[in-house]
Design a protein around this ligand. Sequence first.
Ligand SMILES: *Cc1c(COP(=O)(O)O)cnc(C)c1O
Length: 389
Amino acid sequence: MSDFAHPATICQHEGEARKLLGAVVPPIFQNTLFVHEAWENFESAVGFPVGGPYHYSRVSNPTLEVAERKIAALEGTEDARLFSSGMAAISAGIMGNVRAGSHVVCVDSIYGPTRMFLTEYLAKFGVTTTYVVGENPEDFVRASVPETSLWVLESPTSIVFRLQDLAEVSKRARSRGIATLIDNSYSSPIFQQPHRLGIDLVAHTVSKYLGGHSDVVGGVLCGSNERMAPIRKFEYELLGSAMSPFNAWLVNRSMRTLGLRMRAVQESARRVAEWLASRPEVERVFYVGSPGYPQAELRDRQMGGWGGLVTFEPSTNTREWCKSFTESLRLFQLGVSWGGHESLVVPLEYQAMDWPSPRWLIRLYCGLEAGEDHTADLAQGFDAAVSLR
Ligand SMILES: *Cc1c(COP(=O)(O)O)cnc(C)c1O
């Protein structure tokens, strides 16, 4: 599928064989439409083949195809499409696999807006969803009914980082003719390639690691040509979900450093997680890379790394303590999202379906700053919040 075997080389060169006027960086095709001198050329653009000829930028555009080729090669899928947001990619992948009366099984700790889309929005088409913990592959089987057409996964989930066994879940789905879709945003295609383990459709928010600089909102959906063709024709084209060429050009730039950035933030997060575990202010650390991680065997089997996210439960489990702590931080800025250059902190009250009660949690994203500055900032935050203990 790709001319290159190694992810680092894919990130530099995949999709860039044609050098327009010798330009070493693919230019931005900001145009809405493409014109044709020959009738035959105009006719052959109708099927919107990858690599052109092109017709209209709502449907295909050469600037988007550069990043699409790179992401497809990394994920090991035939096709990838850039969407205007992660939610556009995820909702397209879901809508492409349900009809009125369908049933969906989804992991409980899925990204909040995905849950809202399934439960609140799709209800108006008579689509129902059952949520499962998902740590046992049989959870999906037990929750399924004859109308079940789709299983939705997110592994690791993005707050308390729980895994699903992708190979085992996809095997069970295939034997029942049920489609599988995963939100792979946590890992990026550098650290996990779910399609290689049998998952049908792989979605990412591009707003996090893939964009990487907190300046692009976007998404991507990857899969086989057969799975993607109807989604391209209907959800992508008719709902008008394409990314803008300028944003795609920024993503092409970001792809070059994806592996470097993933490894840099992972090193900082590892250091922070280890440091947090030694602090009296911390009750419990949630970190995929920790030696005592409850699903360590599965983690090592299906992931190649764990990125920059660390969550902890503070010993003083109150809103007041979380407020004082997060407001005292200087490097970790109070804000949602993650995956960019800057460190972020999100306090939230959270309850997994198998927890007896909600708990206050602090999710940290370690950015590209120096690792010792991360721990120094957290130390001064703990000192500032100490009066509330
Ligand atoms: C941010 C996020 C999304 C949504 O992406 P947008 O680009 O904001 O639409 C989906 N899944 C996960 C895990 C996310 O963190």
